[in-house]
Design a binder for this molecule. Sequence first.
Ligand SMILES: [Zn+2]
Length: 130
Amino acid sequence: METEFIIRTLFKAYEKGNYVVGPSHLSKELDIPKSTAQKILIQLSELGYGFYVERKGFIFSEKGLREGKRILRRHRLLECLLEDLGMDKSEICEEASKIDLAFGSGLERLIEEKYGKKERCPCGKPIPSL
Ligand SMILES: [Zn+2]
């Protein structure tokens, strides 16, 4: 599973105040076995995105937090674009989730120019600043 995808999931939990995310949370969110979720969290910590504490869970490092903010910023700025295009609010987040990890730096620059000053996405969540 793609690293950015996992980090996006973990950072959403972090935003809600879950600073230590255990394998059960990830397993539920992604519908994968708990043992797989644990392996993924250990791998992420080996990549320097955080620390895995046995029997507790995953805690973001500075590097992990930076990556999480970057990913969620892209996601929420993209949501602003989708709203502008007239997409229904109820569909925006799901649609953005399908493409937010895939689009390239050209589009990223354009949406930064256009929506970069916004503080909240269409559903009212804060757009992280870098
Ligand atoms: Zn969203």
